[in-house]
Design a protein around this ligand. Structure first.
Ligand code: F6R
Length: 366
């Protein structure tokens, strides 16, 4: 049942070229520069006129929501707020029938997310779902939605469900952009052609596995770890940290790289590995100066870099390469080595990676 893999988590990590492809299937037409999302097509008028989107979710799904915020704001130019469902539901939030709420949930059964949906519905908002489990409670509560098609996820720590959620949000961002005319057809052709290649590029990223395992061996005894990124790599850093703490029980924190000097820099010493997402895009130079600040304090650096990078390679203790891609798609690739890193560290520490202590696959109580 584990398909020859030692754990479901590893099997599911390796399934990502397939799961992302399944999420894209029948939804993008690169040559025509068209995105089609049958599940929400009845809401095109709503999408054209909406002036605020609120994303609600928990845990890893909330991290996917943060990536969605960057993508929707960048391409569709609609203001987005991303909320923890548990905070949103108890805050007497300001919400009207003009709002669009997007609830993200792998299981479709998370109690706090369901309660947030019910509250938003009472106030008249339109609710979309992004769910993996077909026919679960959340898809039944929402007005419309997009399934992620990642397939059943057995490992408690979410891997392929996360990348499928990010894929669905990427599709949604381009779909909304297409409806609102905030992106040109030629740009869409360019982006969708590239998006269509992402499953293949994930395969390439997975080839770093042995190298990542070697790096895991060097850092397996750490007691703390920091994950830093900027832009849409910031939520990837949060997700990298969550994966490590969940399955290896190493204390880890994700931060926007620029926030480091506002506090966490005090923690840096030779016992604190720092994982930087330092791919070649708009914030590359800025991330490099953040790496220098860590090096100057004796911190050990692991860099997730674009293929062929030489600058970070000179500064970091170790680098892991991912294929070069547009900024929009970096989260889908940069996540892969972070999943592998957590997986190998946890296995080396003798942890139960598929069923970490104290965690349940779906959290049906608040
Ligand atoms: C982390 C993880 C959890 C879930 C969270 C929400 O690996 O799996 O943080 O993401 O409990 O669950 P869903 O997406 O089912 O609503």
């Amino acid at each position: 049942e584990k398909g020859g893999y030692d754990h479901f988590m590893l099997k599911e990590i390796y399934e990502q070229p397939r799961s992302v492809r399944d999420c894209l299937r029948g939804r993008i037409y690169p040559q025509q520069g068209k995105v089609q999302l049958g599940g929400i097509k009845e809401y095109v008028e709503k999408l054209k006129n909406v002036d605020r989107i609120i994303i609600v979710a928990c845990g890893t799904s909330w991290h996917a929501g943060l990536v969605g915020e960057y993508l929707i704001e960048e391409y569709a130019r609609v203001p987005v707020e991303v909320e923890y469902a548990s905070e949103f539901r108890y805050r007497n939030p300001i919400i009207t029938e003009k709002d669009l709420v997007i609830a993200i949930s792998q299981s479709g059964e998370t109690a706090d997310t369901m309660a947030a949906i019910e509250l938003a519905k009472e106030k008249g908002a339109t609710i979309f779902g992004i769910c993996n489990v077909v026919g679960a409670s959340i898809p039944r509560l929402t007005h419309a939605g997009v399934y992620t098609h990642a397939g059943p996820e057995i490992g408690v720590a979410s891997t392929k469900a996360f990348t499928a959620q990010v894929t669905a949000l990427t599709l949604m961002a381009f779909y909304i952009a297409q409806q609102r005319g905030t992106i040109t057809e030629s740009k869409l052709i360019e982006y969708l052609t590239e998006l269509n290649q992402i499953p293949t590029l994930i395969e390439t990223a997975l080839k770093a596995n042995d190298h990542v395992k070697m790096i895991a061996d060097k850092f397996k005894d750490a007691t703390n770890c920091l994950f830093l990124g900027r832009g849409s790599s910031f939520p990837v850093a949060l997700e990298g940290a969550l994966k490590l703490k969940e399955i290896s029980y190493i204390h880890a924190e994700g931060y926007p790289a620029a926030e480091m000097k506002h506090g966490p820099i005090a923690l840096i010493d030779e016992d604190m590995p720092v994982v930087f997402i330092a791919t070649k895009n708009s914030s590359y130079e800025k991330v490099i100066s953040n790496i220098q600040e860590v090096r100057a304090r004796g911190g050990h650096v692991i860099g997730i870099v674009s293929e062929g990078d030489t600058v970070v390679k000179e500064m970091a203790d170790y680098v892991i390469e991912i294929p070069q891609t547009s900024e929009a798609f970096v989260p889908l690739l940069a996540t892969i080595p972070l999943q592998l890193l957590s997986y190998h560290i946890a296995v080396m520490r003798g942890c139960n990676v598929d069923q970490p202590r104290n965690l349940a696959k779906s959290v049906t109580v608040e």
